[in-house]
Design a protein around this ligand. Structure first.
Ligand SMILES: *[C@@H]1O[C@H](CO)[C@@H](O)[C@H](O)[C@H]1NC(C)=O
Ligand SMILES: *[C@@H]1O[C@H](CO)[C@@H](O)[C@H](O)[C@H]1NC(C)=O
Ligand SMILES: *[C@@H]1O[C@H](CO)[C@@H](O)[C@H](O)[C@H]1NC(C)=O
Length: 224
């Protein structure tokens, strides 16, 4: 009798661990679970602005991440799951009310600022690839000058977008603080879509707290 209850309880607990998790714990922004139930938390890569009066944490980044553009002639400033912390203004074709929500931008040779997309913190898995998209950036596809990168004309409704593909890299980083090497992979010929690759230990996946979820009363009651 007693062992029967224990067995039921064990089965319930393990069976409900994944099913109940979604319902009981709303997923934290910038986290995702892989199709194989591995938990990924990339929120440590969000560079946050220093709040007024707060002492700066030692070693904390004071600028967003950067990707060198090489032949594209510009460098890209990008934050992960958060708006860039740089103060940007006069963003081409983007309403002023949205400047504070831009998560990636570059400045052209002539000093114009172009958005590559708005803040977004939901990842998707393409097979085993962990991907983050930003969209609704500056207008694109209206011109053909590489340096102005297709400043949109008024009739044009297409907008720049980008994606970052995250790769697990345990070996390239010595320090334990969240770290990432971001590189520019390329842009579409009309400069409407941009691709980046990020190498970081945070993309290796791990478990946020599976044991806690498995034995917590929440997961047991969750399916009862
Ligand atoms: C950012 O931090 C670096 C050192 O980590 C420092 O040299 C630099 O002056 C800082 N920049 C700003 C704008 O605070
Ligand atoms: C891009 O960044 C690299 C490395 O910091 C720098 O040498 C280069 O001058 C930058 N290019 C532009 C266009 O800002
Ligand atoms: C834009 O940023 C503001 C302030 O940070 C925030 O309150 C708002 O929710 C953001 N909007 C979107 C669409 O993310």
């Amino acid at each position: 009798m007693k062992s029967g209850w224990l067995l039921t309880c064990f089965v319930l607990t393990t069976c409900s661990a994944f099913a109940a998790e979604e319902a009981l714990k709303p997923r934290k922004p910038c986290t995702v679970q892989s199709p194989k139930h591995l938990d990924f938390d990339l929120s440590g890569l969000s560079v946050l602005p220093k709040t007024e009066g707060q002492k700066s944490t030692k070693g904390a980044r004071n600028e967003s991440w950067m990707a060198i553009g090489y032949d594209s002639g510009v460098n890209y400033t990008i934050n992960i799951c958060a708006p860039v912390i740089e103060d940007i203004k006069d963003v081409e074709g983007v309403d002023e009310s949205k400047w504070q929500n831009i998560s990636a931008f570059y400045t052209s040779e002539s000093g114009k600022t172009f958005s590559l997309g708005m803040q977004h913190s939901e990842f998707v898995f393409r097979g085993r690839k962990l991907v983050l998209h930003y969209q609704d950036g500056s207008p694109c596809g209206g011109g053909n000058s590489a340096s102005e990168l297709a400043d949109g004309d008024s009739k044009n409704t297409r907008r720049k977008s980008m994606m970052i593909s995250f790769l697990c890299d345990q070996d390239s980083f010595e320090s334990s603080k969240p770290n990432m090497a971001l590189s520019f992979v390329g842009a579409s010929p009309d400069f409407c879509h941009y691709g980046f690759e990020a190498r970081t230990p945070l993309a290796c996946g791990g478990s946020i707290a599976p044991t806690e979820q498995a034995v917590g009363p929440g997961s047991l009651f969750g399916i009862m």
